[in-house]
Design a binder for this molecule. Sequence first.
Ligand SMILES: Cc1cc2nc3c(=O)[nH]c(=O)nc-3n(C[C@H](O)[C@H](O)[C@H](O)COP(=O)(O)OP(=O)(O)OC[C@H]3O[C@@H](n4cnc5c(N)ncnc54)[C@H](O)[C@@H]3O)c2cc1C
Length: 308
Amino acid sequence: MNIPPEWNGLVSEQELLSRHSTFRIGGPARFFSQPKTLTELETLLRCAKREGIPFVLIGNGSNVLFSDQPFEGLVVSLAGYEPDLFEVNGNEVRVSAGMNLPRLALLLAQHSLGGLEFTGTIPGTVGGALAMNAGYGRTDGKPNQVGDFIKWVKVLPGEGNAEELGRAAIRFDYRSSSLAGKIILEACFELTKKPREDILRQIRESQDYRAVSQDLQHPSAGSVFKNPAGSELSAGKMIDLAGLRGFQIGRARISDKHANFIVNLGGSTAVEVLSLVSIARETVKRKFGVELELEIKYVSNETPAYAG
Ligand SMILES: Cc1cc2nc3c(=O)[nH]c(=O)nc-3n(C[C@H](O)[C@H](O)[C@H](O)COP(=O)(O)OP(=O)(O)OC[C@H]3O[C@@H](n4cnc5c(N)ncnc54)[C@H](O)[C@@H]3O)c2cc1C
């Protein structure tokens, strides 16, 4: 498989995916690119389609586990996409899918716009957060989720030109959305006026709480499993009660601080992480009769052409 001529200067070859995942795990990708504009992105997609090259889309790789094996296709990261797109119009904010969430939360604080301060400690991009309907904590007893603040989202469908989807055309569920499988380019959030100091204090409180409750010293992809619907117990609590807190295979370990985190102690592999995933699933199934569902996305040659 040769590099299509249009990709010269746009694509790197044999890029280690461990450099693009917060887990710091992953073999090389045959092709890798971080497009900055829609034209660059369209060039990548057009040639991949023409040449039959499978492709996978990521943001900051903070919810992804890459296989240890070489990926025989193109990985596109939108983490650097349209980096300057941030427009405020009253209570509405238009942002690039590539915008880093902690940066977004700080920019919104500068404009005294509240609602999304819970994203200030989530290490992903706006695109990844919308595909996953990322969330953290509760306000007035209701879980905070990015989908609740959406006015519209601009996407590139599998075929055709970019289009804007209004809020009513999108389904947001717990850690998933109907946007997964499309390419999210930008989004417009509807927020509310809030004192800057209150927003900054809330971000600081989340940082402090995470520092005591989660292992942020070691690479990870955050929570590995979704919390099971209808269960009193969280996935982490079940793994903990099943006696697996601190259980280790090779250099991968079920976190001592938060049993729904698997951490890379340095030099861990995807095989080790997946072994811990299987053991956690089997043990929780045996003890609680509950099937844990993965929250993280596993990316390998066997995953479909698009990791949505
Ligand atoms: C320490 C730590 C703490 C975390 N805490 C939280 C938390 O509190 N709450 C939470 O919800 N998550 C949390 N996460 C997980 C992760 O940060 C979020 O899911 C985040 O929103 C993923 O964004 P990303 O850009 O890194 O997406 P990636 O991990 O790169 O991708 C995730 C999925 O989104 C898709 N995707 C990415 N970009 C786009 C796009 N532009 N268009 C369409 N699809 C796209 C990918 O194909 C993939 O399927 C945490 C992770 C870590 C490491």
